[in-house]
Design a protein around this ligand. Structure first.
Ligand code: NAD
Ligand code: DAU
Length: 337
């Protein structure tokens, strides 16, 4: 791999991926196409040490002409699609942008990559396409798709398009499906950065329902290593799951955050549940371990501590986000506090 195109590289996982790849592969250069929605923040990559190997282009993955001209103008060895509307609660308020970017955007990328004979395509998907688990069991790559939210339905639709292009056109794609990521640069609408930034302001932490829903937490760099391994060694047409083997109820997670910040549990406020809230996610990553040699490296306790320390050291980053457009969404969700 000499030059790769990634989409959505100014978001949480994409920006961590850019930094990881440039640090790991000295010969690699990266083109990052990002529309810069509310979640896209070029500041996430402003500290890149090696700028000569990194090019940013503002653009929309639904813009066929733009993507096609980009693929014509330079030789690209792989395309990795991170770009998405990614927040479940927003998809409940309005699914329109989710269908547009996650489904139409993926179709546009697939068409352009196929016509330009891109040798490798990675679709960054999610464990949420499998739906919800009961008290036992884990999602494998064979678990039937049973998406429950407009967000996960749009991601599942995109996965089916990728599958169909592999089957119909022998298109050289792989799909990755990962569990909940934590780490630096995550937009503070997601539970971990939202709760850290609220706790630092002594604002309530809005726990949905009873707080008994379970998520399987993985450090974002372990996810990035998995995507890299799938790009380089994944078999065409295959799906690869990545999980952190770290199941926590939302209440356990909230207690861990408050304890680490030395804040009282009285900040917890139980609020109305998310509509259609999936009860439990847990991911079986044994295929990725076996076929890709992938192993999660982060230990949750240390990873969470480092993540909290990053947010503590970057309060201005969160302050700028919270004082901008995001404020309107936040007030709609949680009231004016
Ligand atoms: P994010 O919301 O932080 O970032 C998404 C990025 O995509 C932003 O930079 C945004 O500007 C860009 N974008 C949105 N629409 C675009 C468009 N039409 N054209 C170009 N760019 C566009 O999301 P994230 O948490 O970094 O997630 C990245 C990917 O990983 C998504 O596909 C998501 O479904 C998937 N994923 C996320 C998690 C998680 O825990 N966050 C877990 C598994 C999979
Ligand atoms: O599983 C992978 C998915 O993880 C990704 O595909 C999504 O892009 C990503 O957003 C994430 O989805 P979740 O809905 O699980 O993440 P979120 O941080 O929004 O919520 C995590 C849990 O915390 C969930 O059970 C809902 C709960 N929650 C969330 C918020 C924002 C609360 O209790 N209160 C809140 O304010």
């Amino acid at each position: 791999m000499r030059r790769i195109l990634i989409t959505g590289g100014c978001g949480f996982i994409g920006s961590n991926f850019v930094r990881h790849e440039l640090a790991t592969y000295p010969e690699l250069s990266i083109v990052n196409v990002d529309k810069l929605t509310y979640a896209g923040n070029p500041e996430n990559l402003k500290d890149l040490p090696e700028k000569s190997r990194y090019e940013f282009l503002q653009g929309d993955i639904c813009d066929r002409e733009f993507i096609a001209s980009l693929l014509t103008s330079s030789k690209i060895d792989a395309v990795i699609n991170f770009a998405a509307e990614s927040h479940v609660d927003r998809s409940i308020l309005d699914s329109g942008p989710f269908i547009q970017t996650n489904v139409v955007g993926t179709q546009t990328l697939l068409d352009c990559c196929r016509l330009h004979h891109i040798p490798r395509y990675v679709q960054v998907s999610t464990d949420e396409v499998y739906g919800s688990l009961g008290a036992t069991g884990r999602f494998t790559e064979e678990t039937p798709l049973a998406a429950n939210s407009p967000y996960s339905a749009s991601k599942a639709a995109a996965d089916l398009l990728v599958r169909a292009y592999c089957h119909t056109f022998a298109f050289p794609a792989v799909i990755t499906r990962c569990s909940n990521n934590y780490g630096p640069y995550q937009f503070p609408e997601k539970v971990i950065p939202l709760f850290i930034s609220n706790a630092l302001r002594d604002l309530p932490l809005p726990v949905y329902g009873t707080g008994s829903n379970v998520r399987d937490w993985i450090h974002v760099l372990d996810h990035c290593r998995g995507i890299d391994a799938a790009m380089r060694a994944g078999r065409v047409g295959e799906v690869y799951n990545f999980g952190g083997d770290c199941e926590l109820t939302n209440l356990e997670l909230t207690h861990a955050l408050l304890d680490a910040l030395d804040k009282p549990r009285t900040l917890i406020q139980f609020v109305s549940d998310r509509l259609g809230h999936d009860l439990r996610y847990a991911v079986d990553s044994s295929k990725s371990r076996r076929e890709l040699g992938w192993l999660p490296q982060a230990n949750f306790r240390d990873g969470l501590r480092q993540t909290i320390d990053w947010y503590l050291a970057n309060t201005e980053w969160i302050n700028r986000i919270r004082s901008g457009d995001y404020r309107k969404y936040y007030e709609q969700q949680y009231g004016n506090r």
